[in-house]
Every structure is written in structure tokens, then in C-alpha cells.
Ligand binder design. Structure first.
Ligand code: PEP
Ligand code: MN
Length: 370
């Protein structure tokens, strides 16, 4: 599937060791765009970004400068030589972006999950030779992300990449949008040839977390970054807290380390083999322990049924969560991780206790004598 996508090396855009996009959340005025670009002059950017039509959650907030801003982007390209790109959300946006000869367009997180909108955009892009980036949907829906990529591929787009910008999640954490790295990792497993980029700005929601999050993405072999940079972040008309100043951006780029999948170093290979062996053994023990735990849960299910006692024991469940969190803390395991793991284990324990109801195991137990 999607076997003839272009690798980034064939995109015909600058790739300074990785895909690197920077620019403000929104184009606010010709001066703001020019000042930001001027402060980035000399950086090799794959493209300079600016939102022209802004998908705002609430009406009445700044919704972007609209089509006039495409000319401001074109002026940045002419003066500083940066390829330029913007988000498109409708066929009319696509037509205007193509008329302005934008070098890249992207589909935003609110548009990606809407099959009608994505299909309309894909139809408008048919025959256009423009690279398209597809942000993950706001919700934790890998299939919708995949489906949007497929619609663009089916419309003939071959310079296609995914942008991971994080997901709406109920767990409180430091992120504006939780990374949930397992979702893009699964996308990469299914489509290894699809370039994968990270947008740490919308993920973090605050500037100080952007550099470490960008490094975390590179550590996971991401192909590059899309970063919000504003000439004067505190005055930005949208997403002010998460935009880097040009100086902060330069500092981040200078300190980022690009990772490789292997080291070509015999002592690394020996060490990693030993550690992987240890991990394999521990995983074997984890699976044995889980199997034993589920066997005990089955016995408990039988006992509870015999005594007409409910499978769910809210007080016991509360106690398990609290005591495991305490034990995990003493072993320096993250509370969030242990809570999520135990939710999964508990869900499975309930499932195995209910198995007999679905005719999957042994004989019905006789009810106890009254
Ligand atoms: C953006 O990149 O400006 C934007 C609106 O991002 P997202 O679609 O990821 O929210
Ligand atoms: Mn933004």
C-alpha cells in the first residue's frame, strides 16, 4: 500500500539533515511575516510556515488574515528564498494556495478526521504536483489519519508526509495535546515508507517544552519537525505561549541530535545484544506472571459466581490502584504508566471472569445451597 511514495530526498525541497519547517502560527501582517523570516535568514528551512486560514475552536477569535496573506508568504519566498506553505481546509483554500504557488500545503488536525472535507481537498489537489502534510486528527483515531493519507494518495499525491501534533486526552499531563507516541509508531510500522514529522509546538502548548519534545521525536527516528516561530511570541495573535522566538529556535536547532538506527560499532552491538537478551528474559517472566494472574482471576470468577457476588468490586479496585501506585512509586515507575497498565490488566481480568457467560470455558457451577 502506498508503495511508490517519494522519499524526502526526492521532494526537491531543502532538507538540512532533516525536514525542518518553521514560522508563525498565523500570518498577522506583512511586517510580522517579514520580521520573522528575516530573523530566520540563513537557516536552511524545508519550508517557512504561516497559517492563513485559522481553524479556531471558538468564533470571535482571530481566524487568520485570509487570502491576502498568500501574497505576504510569496514575498517572503522572493526576499529570503524560503519555500513557503500554509494549511488548507477547503477546496477554495486549495485553489488559492495553488494560484499563489505555495510550495507545500498541510491539512490540519480538525480537518483530517472529516472524510468529506479531506475528499474535497484531495479532489481539488488532483493533478497538482504539491507536497501535502497530514496532521493527526485531534482524537486518538489512527484509522482516520490513515484514511486521510489514503485519500490524498488516491488523488495522485506522492510527496506525502504525516505530522504528529499530539492528541486530545483526558489524562492530565504537561502537554496541551498528549503525544501518545504509540499511535504514530503504529502508523510507521504500517507505512514505513511514509515520512513522519513532529509538531512539538501544538503538542506542548508551551515554548520551554518544545526543544526536549523535538529531541524525543528525533530519538524515535522522526524525519523532521514543524515548529512555530514568531518574531515576538508574547505579542502573537494565536498560540502565543507555544511559539519560539527566532533566537530560541536557532538555539534548539544547534543542540538537536539526529539519531541513526544503528551505530556500526562492534562494542555497541555487543552491549545492546546483552541488554536485549535481558529484556527478552524479563518479557518472558512478565508473560508468565500475567498468565498466572489471569488464572487466579478465573478462579475468583468461579468463586464469585458460586456465591452470586459481582465481578466488579469497586472497593477492591480502588485499593489495588492505590497500593500499586504506592509500590510503583517506591520503584521509580511513573504513576501514569502504572495506572494505565492496571486499567488494562483489570479490564482483562474482568473479561476472563466473564468468559463462561460467553460459553468459552468449563461447566456451569451449581449455585450454593441456600
Ligand atoms: C497549525 O499548525 O497552525 C494548527 C492549527 O495546527 P493543528 O491543526 O495541529 O491544531
Ligand atoms: Mn498554532
Amino acid at each position: 500500500m502506498m508503495s511508490d511514495l517519494f522519499p524526502l530526498t526526492r521532494w526537491g525541497l531543502p532538507m538540512p539533515g532533516m525536514f525542518l519547517c518553521a514560522g508563525p502560527c498565523s500570518a498577522e501582517s506583512p511586517e510580522q511575516l517579514r520580521r520573522t523570516a528575516a530573523a530566520l535568514a540563513g537557516c536552511t528551512l524545508t519550508f517557512f510556515r504561516a497559517g492563513v486560514w485559522k481553524p479556531r475552536t471558538r468564533p470571535g477569535t482571530f481566524a487568520g488574515a485570509g487570502e491576502q496573506a498568500l501574497a505576504w508568504l510569496a514575498a517572503v519566498r522572493d526576499e529570503f528564498g524560503f519555500p513557503v506553505g500554509a494549511e488548507v481546509g477547503t477546496p477554495a483554500h486549495v485553489e488559492a494556495a495553488l494560484r499563489a504557488r505555495l510550495d507545500v500545503v498541510w491539512i490540519g488536525a480538525r480537518t483530517t478526521p472529516d472524510p468529506f472535507a479531506v475528499q474535497n481537498i484531495a479532489d481539488a489537489l488532483r493533478g497538482a504536483d504539491v507536497p501535502v502534510l497530514v496532521k493527526n486528527p485531534v482524537s486518538q483515531d489512527l484509522e482516520a489519519w490513515f484514511g486521510a493519507l489514503e485519500r490524498l494518495y488516491n488523488a495522485g499525491i506522492r510527496r506525502l508526509a504525516a505530522v504528529h501534533r499530539g492528541f486530545a486526552a483526558s489524562t492530565e499531563g504537561p502537554y496541551r495535546n498528549a503525544p501518545l507516541w504509540r499511535i504514530p509508531i503504529e502508523l510507521k510500522r504500517r507505512l514505513p515508507q511514509l515520512p513522519l514529522l513532529c509538531d512539538p509546538s501544538h503538542m506542548c502548548g508551551r515554548a520551554d517544552m518544545v526543544p526536549p519534545t523535538a529531541q524525543a521525536a528525533l530519538d524515535l527516528l522522526y524525519d523532521g519537525l514543524m515548529v512555530e516561530v514568531h518574531c515576538c511570541p508574547q505579542e502573537a495573535w494565536s498560540d502565543a505561549p507555544q511559539q519560539l522566538s527566532p533566537a530560541q529556535f536557532r538555539q534548539m536547532i544547534a543542540s538537536l541530535q539526529i539519531r541513526r538506527e544503528s551505530a556500526d560499532n562492534p562494542s555497541f552491538e555487543t552491549e545492546i545484544r546483552k541488554l536485549r537478551h535481558a529484556i527478552d528474559e524479563i518479557d518472558g517472566e512478565i508473560i508468565d506472571l500475567l498468565a498466572r494472574r489471569m488464572d487466579v482471576a478465573r478462579q475468583m470468577g468461579r468463586l464469585k459466581r458460586r456465591h452470586r457476588v459481582s465481578t466488579l468490586q469497586p472497593e477492591r479496585w480502588k485499593e489495588i490502584l492505590a497500593s500499586r501506585a504506592g509500590a510503583a512509586d517506591r520503584k521509580r515507575l511513573s504513576a501514569d504508566f502504572i495506572a494505565q497498565l492496571y486499567e488494562l490488566i483489570h479490564e482483562e481480568a474482568i473479561r476472563v471472569q466473564e468468559e463462561p457467560l460467553f460459553g468459552q470455558t468449563e461447566q456451569q457451577d451449581a449455585p450454593p445451597a441456600p
